[in-house]
Design a protein around this ligand. Structure first.
Ligand code: GLU
Length: 545
């Protein structure tokens, strides 16, 4: 029996691969255009790692005038979650990862759902059989497991290869007989590799890699008729004309079999770019480790939703970790968006991408500082409607007031950077809302310094005039302070600190504390203006108690 006849026997009703090769003609794109994809499995959980991959893939495709498509890898039906696909698409979209084609949106290279591509995979398995590069395997999972145990005990390499690959040596006639008898089987690659031979590969991110050749007879078609990841990856990325496979580096160890599959199938190999995993410093051990689904809530996309960190800030952060030179560029290009930056593979981290929440917070503060007060207001309102309804009522009630508050020191060259999440609006500025201020038994409890109550009383009763402009206001403060024992001149104070109650700045701090309970706030003059004399006097009375 020839290989060809054997292939016909195994797959009598499938099309010849020439059909698919013609159907999925090369894309007509300009030189250098990157065609890449997001290829999630529908496990219902898009985590930061998938978004990071999607972010990089999107940037590389957009930057080069290429294509980003979405392929759903649902060949492991045991892991599938109901509605998992919709959740994934929604999360990607929310984070601005939009696709040119793919699952749910069509395109010329579909179907984009692997479980709908069964006939295609079979055609290519048949092709491999016809070349003598694939064979049916009748080993039961128990037998495979038994072999694995022996391999473990004798410290041999784990897997189906060499003397362990029993079915590789069955004759075609024997195999046909067993199939006719109804014995269940799967299909395996008949590896042509030699484990003792090295091969080299240049990964776009990791650089030069050196590996032993693959010699494992990997499963390519499972008992349910669906392909394994390895095989589907080769066939799909070939037929969909992917130029760059951008994926997590947990797949690096599978590279040898992927390269062999491309080679034996007669496909041109795409360029691989393996992304380093997101890492963090472990709180207990202090060691850097991969983010884990089990231990780290920040791996879930929903975490950012709840924490009130906007999509734009997360993306800015992803840009920061994706390319070492991004941060510097962004500092120098204040008016630009991360999307204007040209990302390159060679500047992507190799070992691990440190996903540090503190760093995210500081990036988020930069992000917020560039929004208009109205934008911050509106987005915070949306957020609080979901997560803090009582505060959202205050925001609605005091709309213009809040926008004016958020606008203090905003539209300037170096805007304030005190808001890193929607939650921070309340956390930072609760004292500007009497409802929240009055909720506290004693809003001044955090104030420990002994403030000169008398001076504040005198100042507000006799000097403070809310009609004063900032300059007049401040010169009056100086006059008042100097006539009440505060130094106006720094040098004078330094020389003789005991003879003063403090400096003008100390007096201003007292006003600030009285008005806001805090020693730090946005520009004091603006804060006092917003509060207005009447509310200031109420606060003064409380402060004097
Ligand atoms: N379905 C694979 C995963 O979720 C995709 C890997 C790839 O991008 O090729 O890990």
């Amino acid at each position: 029996m020839t290989d060809r006849e054997f292939a016909d026997f195994l797959f009598p009703d499938v099309k010849d691969i020439s059909y698919y090769e013609e159907k999925y003609a090369p894309r007509n794109l300009k030189e250098g255009a990157i065609v890449t994809r997001c290829a999630p499995s529908p496990t219902g959980f898009v985590h930061m790692g998938s978004l990071y991959q999607g972010f990089i893939a999107k940037q590389m495709a957009r930057q080069t005038g290429g294509v980003l498509f979405l392929r759903i890898e649902d060949t492991d039906q045991k892991r599938e979650v109901e509605n998992g696909v919709d959740g994934i698409v929604k999360d990607f979209m929310e984070y601005g990862i939009t696709f040119d084609e793919g699952y749910g949106m069509g395109g010329n290279y579909g179907p984009y759902l692997q479980s709908e591509r069964g006939e295609i995979y079979k055609a290519y398995v048949k092709y491999l059989v016809s070349k003598g590069y694939a064979y049916p395997c009748f080993c039961s999972p128990e037998e495979i497991d038994e072999n694995r145990k022996i391999q473990e005990a004798t410290k041999e390499r784990i897997g189906y290869y060499g003397r362990w690959s029993t079915c590789r040596n069955l004759t075609k006639e024997e195999a046909v007989e067993r199939i006719k008898k109804g014995d269940p089987y799967i299909m395996r690659l008949k590896s042509q590799g030699d484990f003792n031979k090295k091969h080299f590969y240049h990964d776009a991110i990791k650089g030069d890699l050196e590996y032993p050749e693959n010699d494992l007879d990997h499963v390519i078609l499972k008992s349910d008729g669906l392909p394994t990841y390895h095989f589907a990856h080769a066939v799909d990325d070939h037929l969909m004309h992917t130029t760059h496979v951008i994926r997590g580096d947990e797949w690096v160890s599978s590279l040898p079999v992927h390269l062999e599959l491309f080679h034996l199938l007669g496909f041109e190999t795409p360029q691989y770019a393996h992304i380093a995993p997101l890492t963090k410093k472990d709180e207990e051990t202090g060691n850097i480790r991969k983010l884990s689904k089990r231990k780290d809530p920040e791996l879930a996309v929903s975490y950012y939703h709840e924490a009130g960190i906007p999509v734009g800030a997360v993306n800015l952060f992803l840009a920061t970790i994706a390319n070492s030179s991004f941060e510097e560029w962004y500092l120098q290009n204040q008016d630009k968006s991360y999307e204007d930056f040209t990302f390159t593979f060679d500047k992507m981290p190799i070992g691990g991408s440190l996903f540090d929440l503190e760093k995210l917070e500081s990036v988020s503060k930069i992000y917020f500082s560039k929004l208009s007060a109205k934008q911050v207001y509106e987005e915070t309102l949306d957020y609080t409607k979901e997560y803090d309804p009582s505060f959202s009522k205050l925001l609605e009630k005091y709309k213009d007031y809040t926008i004016a508050l958020l606008n203090i020191e905003r539209e300037i060259e170096r805007p304030r950077k005190d808001i890193g999440s929607y939650k921070d609006v309340k956390k930072e500025f609760w004292y500007m809302y009497d409802e929240l201020f009055n909720e506290k038994d004693n809003p001044y409890e955090e104030v420990t310094k002994d403030y000169a109550k008398e001076d504040l009383k005198a100042y507000f009763e006799t000097v403070y005039d809310e009609k004063d402009d900032q300059e007049t206001w401040f010169s009056k403060i100086k006059d008042f302070a100097s006539s009440h024992g505060y130094a106006v001149n720094r040098k004078e104070y330094k020389e003789n600190p005991e003879s003063f109650k403090g400096q003008v700045s100390d007096f201003c701090e007292m006003i600030r504390v009285m008005a806001t309970t805090k020693t730090i706030s946005p520009n004091l003059y603006d804060i006092l203006q917003l509060l207005g004399k009447e509310r200031l006097m109420q606060r003064l009375n409380l402060f004097l108690k």
